[in-house]
Design a protein around this ligand. Structure first.
Ligand SMILES: [Zn+2]
Length: 242
């Protein structure tokens, strides 16, 4: 198999899709149930424990290092070490203004790109709902390769923070991604890690709703706290288990 970035036939690493440091939030917290709330809500399916970071043969060593150095390390420093959404424990929304646009956006696009290939290369992949077109794959690969995040309206990213019923942000929740459309029929893929639900829009058409919230190339982004029905149900499970 070829490396999904440089496309050379080289020995491939067991690459993660969502970086391990997001899973660490889960390992560190033993108070919460280790289930996938979306799966728990499907009557036909048993609750499925959240797996340790999912891996798949995707990148050669050089490209793995490239991803780590340029996207993952800056993301860990900004999102985990700086913890910019901490303020949402006490307020409903925040406008972040100090995001490094290129590394932050390309980090997210690399998750999306890797998830697509993980679904193709690994059986029973939790990323099976991610199925990008050849055109989108080519665009993302080129952006990653050139480390050019493009204009903000190209693959816009919208985030909302997971609100636990006590009003705090719930960080230790990682789910299988979902393919969905919003109220105006724009297609996106929903990933959940790092305390947020991330919408990766595939269409270049901006609606006012997306435009108000998505990551901008000046490094700003509005993040609102949202309580979700799956989270309310999960909270009830926690209450029952205590
Ligand atoms: Zn490579």
């Amino acid at each position: 198999m070829d490396c999904i970035l440089c496309q050379k036939t080289k020995k491939l690493c067991d690459s993660h899709i969502v970086a391990e440091f997001f899973y660490k939030l889960i390992y560190d917290d033993i108070r919460r149930p280790r289930i996938d709330p979306f799966k728990a809500l499907t009557p036909d399916e048993r609750e499925r424990p959240i797996q340790k970071g999912w891996r798949s043969p995707l990148l050669c060593e050089d490209c793995e290092k490239n991803r780590n150095t340029f996207f993952e390390n800056p993301m860990k420093k900004y999102w985990i070490d700086n913890d910019p959404i901490q303020v949402l424990n006490a307020q409903e929304s925040v406008i972040l203004k100090d995001i490094d646009y290129a590394s932050f956006k390309l980090f997210h696009l690399s998750v999306l790109y890797c998830a697509h290939y993980a679904a193709q290369r690994t059986r029973n992949s939790p990323f099976s709902s991610v199925n990008l077109t050849a055109g989108d794959l080519d665009s993302i690969r080129e952006m990653w390769w050139n480390r050019d995040a493009g204009p903000y309206w190209k693959f816009p990213i919208v985030a909302s923070a997971n609100q636990w019923p006590d009003g705090k942000v719930w960080r230790d929740w990682i789910t299988s991604p979902l393919s969905a459309t919003d109220a105006t029929d724009k297609a996106y893929l929903l990933f959940c890690f790092g305390g947020c639900q991330w919408r990766y829009y595939l269409t270049p058409v901006l609606t006012p709703w997306i435009d108000k919230r998505c990551l901008k190339d000046d490094g700003s982004m509005l993040i609102e706290k949202r309580e979700w029905e799956p989270m309310r149900q999960c909270a009830e499970l926690v209450a029952q288990s205590n």
